[in-house]
Design a protein around this ligand. Sequence first.
Ligand code: ATP
Ligand code: ZN
Length: 299
Amino acid sequence: MSGDDSRARLRIAVQKSGRLAEASQDLLARCGLSFRRSRDKLFCYGEALAIDLLLVRDDDIPGLIAQGVCDLGIAGRNVVNEFVLDRGDGQTAIAELRALDFGRCRLAIAVPRGSTYTGPKSLEGLRIATTYTATLGDWLRRNGVRAQIVSLSGSVEIAPRLGSADAVCDLVSSGATLAANQLREVDTVLESEAVLVAATECTGERVELRELLLRRIDGVLDVRESKLVLLHAPRAALAAIERLLPGAPAPSVTAVEGKADEVSLQALCRGSVTWQHLEDMKRAGATRLFVLPVEKMLA
Ligand code: ATP
Ligand code: ZN
């Protein structure tokens, strides 16, 4: 594999196994991509489109893109951000193209349960253990705090108990790990979720493939929480019913053959459509209500 620009096929890197692996591959499948697995399962040849898949460790994804080995990747914002702040010279710039709405977590500051914290200044002069040295360093600088960053490759949360740090900066989703280590979450350094990342410049034949994939991803993200609502209503009740549609869509309304006073309405609603929504619309005069899942959308 090389970073050569004449490559006609697009390459996308996703996590091989771990928290983001399944949702990443699921997203690509929803975009209509399918792959033939190679025996080593690292490189998967794209069958449906000229887009191949590389299964790697999440930490390697930004580097693979910066080196031109891959065009796109799916990784946590925490990993992308750390790479961007810590990027070596001579590498291509990378950027977040889309937030993907899974793998949510935050990079948080936590301190031992009994200690006081009134803001970033409370960290002045302390030792803070983290794997995210560049991100933490940037945050401390922006807050005008001088502290010592203790770089660890794992098990950050036990550092205070071992006496090697006074606080930690680590990824948190539920907070259970922190609680188990008698730590208290006190500040957020970065809100994270899985993101689609790519080189800021894309040239050659792959530009069109990249655009096509982006449009499909947008379509998948758009419909994920969308429902199609169908109903009939007396013309006089239309305005009231439209106000009750969740997500404020602009519905299409058509006349019902042979019934001057009745219309049929079709609306794409964002967010969930609950029984309560349906009951309210029925009370307002709607009949024959249907809520349908949306599979694909191309605006
Ligand atoms: P790899 O073998 O690929 O290096 P890993 O152990 O670094 O795996 P995971 O633990 O699978 O990675 O986490 C991958 C990403 O999932 C994180 O970078 C982060 O963006 C996200 N994530 C979501 N919730 C959490 C959490 N509670 N702890 C850690 N990461 C989380
Ligand atoms: Zn990792």
